[in-house]
Design a binder for this molecule. Structure first.
Ligand SMILES: Nc1ncnc2c1ncn2[C@@H]1O[C@H](COP(=O)(O)OP(=O)(O)OP(=O)(O)O)[C@@H](O)[C@H]1O
Length: 321
């Protein structure tokens, strides 16, 4: 059984002024196996953060989960009461390093108090116990707890803040951590440090990780398997090497070809044709058809199913048997 299994997840943002809903996630199915680092890749607006917030049950209005299930070890997280989810799952079994996590800190609180506050929100009030565990996690992320505990957020560099955000996500020993663009807004050297840290969390602590990024060039460095999102829909899922070396879905192919570091020569780099989708427009059929070089009539009217191509899932009529 996968550690996390998302089934037919549909999330909308309702925009009453415009009398429409933006369909941010459409029929999403994703399995995350224990011990994996699953890279979720997609362009801006493809629904990555919505997915992270849905798993954490942290979506706020105008977002609404229209339907679907998110099973964690077989328990549907969406069916639990808020009290049960908060006391047994949120941060305890599943936690998150949010997007732009450098900005999550309360500027008036010392780092130590961020750990105490998070623990308190989950019913853990033994200060010594919390600080001992927080120290271990700060040390694991290569920070000096004695020094960092008493600092205010503005006294930390961007890389240090990201390490603290990661320590905060880890310190209740979750089995799964969702990291939403954890290397965005960092310089290249610090990015590599954080990627190495993420790998050591996975290897040494055994934590399963969902690693969200808009940058497919990071995927080979970090992920064991990949989910490709486009306009709120899963296009392709498979092992990292297969997806990067031999992408099957025309969108994944276009994404790889548009990325200089993944192409063998500069001549092979091609921008993805056409325009990114308009979130207010509900495209019939496959959402990639207006940009797809292989488009067929059926793609414009019907959504492709999940076709199994040598053990990976590809949602494209080219692979219909
Ligand atoms: N609060 C909101 N109100 C209305 N629409 C929203 C809201 N938040 C997100 N959306 C829409 O939902 C879709 C998915 O957004 P989401 O932020 O999940 O994508 P993303 O892949 O994480 O993008 P980015 O990398 O830019 O953060 C987009 O079309 C976006 O415009």
């Amino acid at each position: 059984m996968p550690l996390l299994s998302i089934r037919n997840l549909n999330v909308e943002y309702r925009l009453p002024d415009l009398k429409i809903a933006v369909k941010a996630l459409k029929g999403v199915n994703i399995d995350v196996n224990k011990g994996d680092i699953v890279g979720v890749v997609g362009e801006s607006g493809s629904g990555k953060s919505t997915l992270a917030l849905a798993i954490m049950r942290m979506l706020k209005p105008p977002a609404i989960i229209r339907s679907g299930s998110i099973y964690f070890n077989g328990v549907d997280l969406l069916a639990l009461s808020e009290h049960e989810f908060n006391s047994k799952y949120r941060w305890v079994k599943v936690s998150m390093v949010p997007q732009a996590s450098q900005n999550i800190f309360n500027p008036t609180m010392r780092i130590k108090d961020h750990f105490l506050d998070t623990a308190k929100a989950h019913g853990i009030t033994n200060e010594n116990e919390v600080l001992k565990k927080a120290s271990e996690m700060l040390e694991f992320t290569k920070l000096n707890p004695a020094r960092v505990f008493n600092l205010y957020p503005h006294q930390l560099s961007g890389g240090m803040k990201q390490r603290v955000a990661i320590s905060l996500a880890l310190f209740l020993n979750p089995e799964l951590v969702i990291m939403d663009e954890p290397t965005a807004a960092l310089d290249v050297v610090t990015q590599m440090d954080i990627l190495n840290l993420v790998k050591s969390i996975n290897e040494k602590l055994g934590t399963t990780i969902i690693f969200i990024t808009h940058d497919i060039s990071i995927i080979p460095v970090i992920a064991s398997s990949v989910v490709v999102l486009y306009n709120g829909e899963v296009m392709e899922v498979g092992p990292m090497e297969d997806i990067i070396i031999d992408p099957k879905h025309p969108y994944t192919k276009a994404l790889v070809q548009s990325t200089p570091s993944l192409s063998s020569s500069a001549d092979e780099v091609k921008p993805i044709p056409g325009e990114p989708p308009n979130p207010l427009e509900d495209i019939q059929g496959c959402p990639f058809w207006p940009r797809c070089p292989y488009v067929m009539d059926v793609c414009k009217t019907d959504k492709p199913g999940e076709y199994n191509v040598n053990g990976r899932i590809v949602r494209c009529y080219l692979y219909e048997k």
